[in-house]
Design a protein around this ligand. Structure first.
Ligand SMILES: [Zn+2]
Length: 284
């Protein structure tokens, strides 16, 4: 074969340099073809720090049909403003602020001044607040001396509210809350008996988990504001406040509390039978 190639080169007088170039070109092409067929070197596999498929399930976007959901379920930052011991001359101003801010609330009323301010009890109903019962007399020595006295007293305020508004309220707050120990002085075990009887008879009692501390003397409106806004948190916030006649600074702090809460994504609701029960530990 080589002889034939030599003959061909001599016959056609091809220069030696072209022959050499041709030879190198053929060698490069052959080498490239061999490399193409070689298996490629594998890169060392680097495992991710977190295996998302195994340890983290991909978040599925939650679809909430707003039309079919109770607003209190949508928000996990709910505030229930509650006012005990009214009505009094301060209740009107509180109702005005609630109306201007479009905020519902819950009033645990007594009968001490209910005849004088029956128009405010009517406003509570008309403006869609909850009218809860806090006993008629609020006299510890009477209501906590026996089960019979408690329910007689409760019945007086319940009947009064019904006469004014047509509402038979079943929302209750015990004077001093269900954790009070003052009642021990009048009848050991009375709060346990009362709360059991209330529950058996389809009444719903509520304590609080945010205390404005306005019951402890006369606090400045700044202190009441701080006591509330520093403690509100995600979830259910039942705020204890008072609208009895000595609690002017509570009414003064109210608008700022509402504005702070709104600015921080809280919504407001009134207590109903379906509100999560906030119960203190019963000490008597
Ligand atoms: Zn009270």
């Amino acid at each position: 074969m080589m002889q034939n190639i030599n003959k061909f080169i001599k016959k056609n007088k091809i220069p030696l340099i072209i022959i050499i170039c041709l030879f190198f070109n053929i060698a490069i092409i052959i080498n490239y073809s061999i490399n193409l067929n070689k298996p490629k070197e594998k890169f060392k596999e680097i495992k991710p720090l977190i295996n998302y498929n195994k340890s983290l399930s991909k978040p599925t976007p939650k679809v909430i049909n707003i039309k079919n959901v109770n607003p209190s379920v949508i928000s996990d930052k709910t505030i229930y403003l509650t006012f005990d011991d009214g009505p009094s001359y301060l209740t009107e101003g509180i109702l005005d602020i609630l109306k201007e801010e479009n905020v519902p609330a819950t009033f645990f009323v007594t009968t001490r001044q209910i005849d004088k301010y029956s128009n405010l009890i009517i406003r509570m109903r008309e403006e869609n607040h909850t009218i809860g019962l806090h006993t008629s007399s609020h006299v510890y020595s009477y209501v906590y001396s026996s089960l019979e006295n408690y329910f007689n007293d409760l019945n007086i305020v319940r009947t009064k509210v019904f006469d004014i508004t047509g509402i038979k309220s079943r929302i209750i707050r015990l004077p001093g809350g269900s954790s009070n120990t003052v009642s021990k002085k009048y009848s050991p075990g009375i709060v346990t008996q009362i709360t059991n009887k209330l529950t058996e008879n389809d009444f719903y009692y509520y304590d609080w988990n945010i205390d404005s501390q306005d019951a402890s003397g006369t606090l400045s409106k700044e202190s009441i504001y701080q006591n509330v806004v520093n403690k509100i948190h995600s979830g259910t916030n039942i705020v204890l406040m008072h609208d009895s006649s000595s609690k002017a600074t509570t009414a003064e702090a109210l608008r700022d509390i509402i504005k702070y809460a709104k600015a921080n994504g809280y919504t407001f609701a009134k207590i109903t039978k379906s509100t999560p029960a906030i119960h203190h530990h019963i000490n008597n």
